[in-house]
Structures are given as structure tokens and as C-alpha cells.
Design a protein around this ligand. Sequence first.
Ligand SMILES: [Zn+2]
Length: 261
Amino acid sequence: MATQQQYGKVDWAGEDRQNNSQYSRGDKFMTLEPGLNRIRILSEAYKYVFHKIKFQNDSQSKFGRNIRCSIKECPLCAQGEPQKIKYVFGVVNRKTKEFKYLDAAQAIHIAIKGIQKNMPGYENVYDYDLNIIVNPNGGSTNYYQTLQGEKSPMSADDIEMMDNVDVEFIEKFIEPVSPEDVSKSVDRIQSWLEKQAAKMAAEAAPAGQGQERQSAPQKPQAGRPRKAVQAAPSPPPQEDNDEPEQKTIDDSAFNFKLIKK
Ligand SMILES: [Zn+2]
């Protein structure tokens, strides 16, 4: 089946992508910052499946690249790569007072589940803010800490923002890609990394001239400013925060408890 062409704004620098829904994150998503992030949940959570792949010589990504799983006939599953889970839901970012989607690690989801289950009075996720603390040095188990915040009724703005939750958008976002798209993503990152390596090798050896003349003991090159280190070219689109790999837990039975008022 041919992919339906879409119309609209295109990215000059970007590659053509048949299925770009998973990359067109724009500013719809909240970036969790190191330290405290206060949110209020505004929607149910939607689960999706991906792989975390560590590529060779990938100095830009500390923990590996997220590549969507096709679930059916997935080439990465076939290679024995474990499936990872994330959740998407609508939130208010309390710091900016904006509506955003949160692309949340399973650890965050499980922590919220724990709060609902174990904290008396916190059964309804819409009744309180959540504090997500990001510790970049926390490793796979302590990277995220999610704690219940103060209980307070939703404000009129919060309730209004619930209307921003675009279920169609989320459903498209979480849709598994095709097996071909999985392979394409792997190839795209691989070829980008190869280009990077070639570029770095070329920059490291502009030799040609100079090398021989430097037979005299090297003097510190005072006065001559070194060519400014070139800004690293932007890495291929990364789906989300570069977060450490986390243990995947089977939580298929769980979703946020919704208590409609
Ligand atoms: Zn897979």
C-alpha cells in the first residue's frame, strides 16, 4: 500500500520521510529538565513500544537511540533487542503554565501507579500535582524520581487545557511503524554516524602542510588563536530525552484511574 502524501510545511534541512509522525514532535512535548519538574496530568496515558539501540562510536548519545518497534515482524525484535515501553499523556507544565504532552519513561508511569495505589487520598491522578525530579547522574534506577505534590482542585485554566488533549494526535504518535521503517531508522542513524566519523577524521588530519616543518620541538602556539572548535553538527532526530535504559516491567494491566467528576 502506497503511503499517502501529505501537504504542508516542510523542513529544508530534513530528509523526506514517509512516516514522519513519530519525528514531528515540534514543541508539543515537554522536555524534562534536570531537577524539579512540576506537572498536573490532564489525560489518560497511551503506551507505545520502542527499542533502545546503542550504536558504535555514537558519542552524541550517551544511552542509545530510541527506535520505534513495529511489533509485527520487527527486525530489532528478531535480533533479540528487548522491547521498551513509554507513555504519552497530556500535562500542564506548572513552570511555564503551558499544555504539553509528556513522553514519559515507564519508571514515571510506575511511580504514579504506586502513588495511586499506596497513598491514601491520592487515588485520582487529577487531584494533585506531580513532582518529577530528574537526576542526570542517577543511573537507570534513579534517573527519575516521581513524587506526589500538593492536592488541589484543578484550576479553571487546567480544565480548559484538558480540551487541548488531541487523542487523534496521540494515537497517531503511538502507532507502531512498519518493519521497513525500523530498518530505515537504523540505516539513517548508522549512515549519519559514519558521515560524522569521516568528517571528524578529515578535520583531525588537515596535515598536508605543516607536518614536516614541525620537526623542531613543538612550541606552544602562543598568540595564534586556534581555530574555534566547530560546533558539532546536529545529530539525527532523537525521539526524546537521552535517558538511561530502564528495566521494562510488565504493567499491561495498568492505566491511570480516571474519576470523572
Ligand atoms: Zn521490535
